[in-house]
Design a protein around this ligand. Structure first.
Ligand SMILES: [Fe+2]
Length: 371
């Protein structure tokens, strides 16, 4: 009965008692400036140097990932991505477009070829002018995506370390979702119990992918990459990680960047790069509905015999609950939920790199995770 359930006001009275100690573990939602009060802040001059007086190319958001898969591995890839929660939007002889249930026509483009290759993340830009200026970074042609659902035009340039970077403009969003989004569950905690006389019931299956959230690269030259991405585009670091040499000098080794849309709130990071021994795409990450769907998706993939990487766990920077998997051709993908949102008022933090910066709770990070 309700009157036997302690309420949050009775809890508040309890916690005002000096003799009451906190529960053994706890989580809180804290405004960013307070959460980051003990963290070194990075001034915006770090990513808006004087030579950036050239107007930056305006990205709206991350659109989709592009990979090439060997024809021998395509059937396995399709089975995996369907079990991962994507759906096939369109297939031709040489390509497959996989979608989620959000407004994007597709979130993952798989070219079918001889050898696997990372073909880059794809950024949607504001205007044709932005697309043209992006193409000039690499003297690259602008091509019409005649086969792609939603169409549009795209150009591909290469960053200073040779990673392909795609820009798209003029693609039409999906007119209406193909799937009904999952309902928000009513969740009872120890004090607040909105779910009365109703039961939680679930259908097991893949965790349906909503959208592409972010991707990341392992790189060699932090300063070179940081300058290129932050001076050419409205990409701004939400967090920077540093290492220290023997003399105690700090040098930056990783950055999590968001798409700067001014006052509008955006994902804590749409892109990251981290210095490592080998240069390669690290992973791409896709948003799913909630903790239950993420867990059901985890066990769905597990029972199918796919190779887990790391998860579930809760990241510290960005706060997402993560779950990493290998696809059958050796690219890493992630399901995430509950990421932080930031805007131009959110401070940029700089903190030491280390395993503790990666997760609040999880199994230990695999030793090869950041190779
Ligand atoms: Fe991630």
């Amino acid at each position: 009965m309700d009157n036997q359930i302690p309420t949050s006001s009775t809890q508040a009275a309890l916690t005002n008692d000096q003799n009451v100690i906190p529960t053994a573990n706890s989580g809180r939602t804290i405004p960013a400036p307070i959460a980051m009060k003990d963290v070194e802040h990075v001034p915006s001059t770090r990513w808006a140097p004087s030579f950036a007086s050239v107007t930056k190319i305006k990205i709206i958001k991350l659109s989709h990932m592009r990979y090439r898969h060997p024809s021998s591995g395509v059937d396995a890839l399709i089975t995996f991505l369907l079990d991962f929660g994507m759906e096939i939007v369109k297939r031709t002889e040489n390509a497959i477009w996989f979608g989620g249930y959000g407004i994007d026509q597709y979130v993952y483009y798989a070219e079918i070829g001889d050898e696997k290759e990372f073909l880059g993340g794809t950024w949607e830009v504001e205007s044709w002018d932005d697309l043209e200026r992006a193409s000039k970074l690499g003297s690259s042609p602008i091509v019409e995506l005649k086969d792609a659902p939603g169409g549009g035009h795209m150009t591909t340039v290469h960053d200073p370390e040779g990673f392909p970077v795609n820009f798209i403009c003029g693609a039409s969003p999906r007119a209406q979702p193909t799937k009904q989004p999952a309902e928000a569950l009513q969740v009872n905690d120890e004090f607040s119990k909105p779910r009365k006389g109703a039961f939680q019931r679930f259908e097991p299956g893949p965790a349906a992918v909503h959208k592409l959230g972010h991707f990341g690269l392992t790189i060699h030259d932090f300063e070179l990459q940081f300058r290129w991405y932050t001076s050419n585009f409205n990409l701004v670091p939400s967090d920077i990680l540093y290492a220290q040499d023997e003399a105690g000098n700090k040098f930056d080794v990783a950055a999590f960047l968001h798409v700067d849309r001014g006052k509008a709130y955006v994902d804590h990071h749409s892109f990251f790069f981290s210095v490592a021994a080998a240069q390669h795409v690290h992973h791409s990450s896709y948003e799913v509905h909630d903790y239950d769907s993420q867990n059901m998706g985890h066990y769905w993939l597990k029972q199918k015999g796919y190779k887990p990487v790391w998860g579930l766990g809760r990241h510290r920077l960005g706060s997402q609950i993560f779950d990493y998997w290998w696809d059958p051709n050796g690219f890493m993908v992630e399901h995430y939920i509950d990421g932080d949102l930031v805007n131009e008022d959110t401070p940029t933090g700089r903190q030491p790199a280390g395993d503790e910066s990666l997760a609040v709770w999880s199994e230990p990070v695999p030793s090869t995770f950041l190779d």
